[in-house]
Design a protein around this ligand. Sequence first.
Ligand code: TGC
Ligand code: FAD
Length: 392
Amino acid sequence: MKPDLFQAPDYYNIDDLLTEEHKLIRDAAREWVKRDVSPIIENYAQKAEFPKQIISGLAEIGAFGPYIPEEFGGAGLDQISYGLIMQEIERGDSGVRSTASVQSSLVMYPIFTYGNEEQRKKYLPKLASGEWMGSFGLTEPNHGSNPGGMETNFKDKGDHYVLNGAKMWISNAPFCDVAVVWAKNEAGRIHGLIVERGMEGFSTPETHNKWSLRASATGELIFDNVKVPKENLLPNKSGLGAPLGCLDSARYGISWGAIGAAMDCYDTALRFAKEREQFGKPIAQFQLQQKKLAEMITEITKAQLLAWRLGTLKNEGKATSAQISMAKRNNVEMALKVAREARQILGGMGISGDYAIMRHMMNLESVVTYEGTHDIHLLITGLDITGLNGFK
Ligand code: TGC
Ligand code: FAD
């Protein structure tokens, strides 16, 4: 892979909207990605392996629980800081951002928000430091967009629960120490349970043959009569709204993360177009290439403004789930389009692992599907503006 020469575009002076603290946090994450992620990530993507050695670095830049209070090991930051960290990590690779998103928003968030004090004290500091890694089990073989239909279930056996079922497409599953698992009780009510590696009957086989998110480990969570202690049930919220509340936080992070992937593709394509000559001129001088580059920076800038505004609403506790859906959907689609156009600007070099573009493009094919597909987020907006449910 070529040296990382990334220079972040900021066409509308978004930096002026950030505090000094935001910029320090963003720059620390940016430097870390340049130093510890960019030089190795292509090789790990080619090998289809998650680079476990970066876990401590992710913890150091505050990527595990950025907005979780410091007393539980989190960084105690605001939502804009969280977004900026996700942007920088995904600038490096969506799979690395996935690992951080799952740890923060899908594991630490539910334990912090729906857990009791003992659960917070037991799990959060170790998750924040990366000593323990987590996964989040919602999707099942027969229930993806419609998680309310889940079949995974647990039964009350007096002093413990017995959990049965299977989850698939689970990020971090192959190496997770703990899993936040969503399952129905005998009454059909959805609850969150914390399942720990080593519990008898719990296994996490890896999913192979992925063309996307190859540097992220994906797997199944299989529960075969797993005895789960009663103290591992998250007591403070039940129903489908509980896992969906976690998704709000992760989807928000993705709306920033996608900007990072798009920025990297744009920056690479712009530099390449100015250096590559055909017909005696830099290809950046041809109007067709300028159209691509001009449209890319326009769309990146619009996405930055959307994410920043959403972050300010989130800081004020006013962001709605539907607003988050709109930003996730728009910004991921934007990043995919930017990646596809950037790939073309590089011509044949666009498919080479010497540049990050094709890896970003393939990664984004997962990002546009997970955390709610592109279609599902459109239907959420449709329902919000019409009051009519287009899902069912
Ligand atoms: P519906 O009847 O609409 O809602 C059920 C209950 O949930 C509440 N609710 C929400 N609460 C918080 N946040 C949200 N975003 C919420 N959306 C809905 C709702 O108010 C209701 O509460 P209550 O108290 O009335 O019961 O549910 P539905 O069954 O009709 O489904 C709606 C739908 C389709 C929008 C939803 O199920 C959905 O979002 N589907 C997409 C599934 C999804 O996103 N899965 C993601 C799995 S995790 C993942 O992909 C991680 S990838 C991580 C990585 O690697 O980065
Ligand atoms: P389906 O729900 O079967 O959808 C198939 C198609 O039908 C889609 O195009 C969809 O938009 C469309 N569709 C579905 N319903 C409707 C409707 N009502 N109207 C119109 N169109 C519809 N899940 C987790 O729980 N935890 C994880 O950590 C996790 N990580 C993932 C990592 C990767 C790499 C991937 C690829 C997925 C991951 N997922 C995870 C699962 C992900 O959230 C699901 O793949 C996603 O929610 C879609 O579910 P599905 O794949 O079953 O597709």
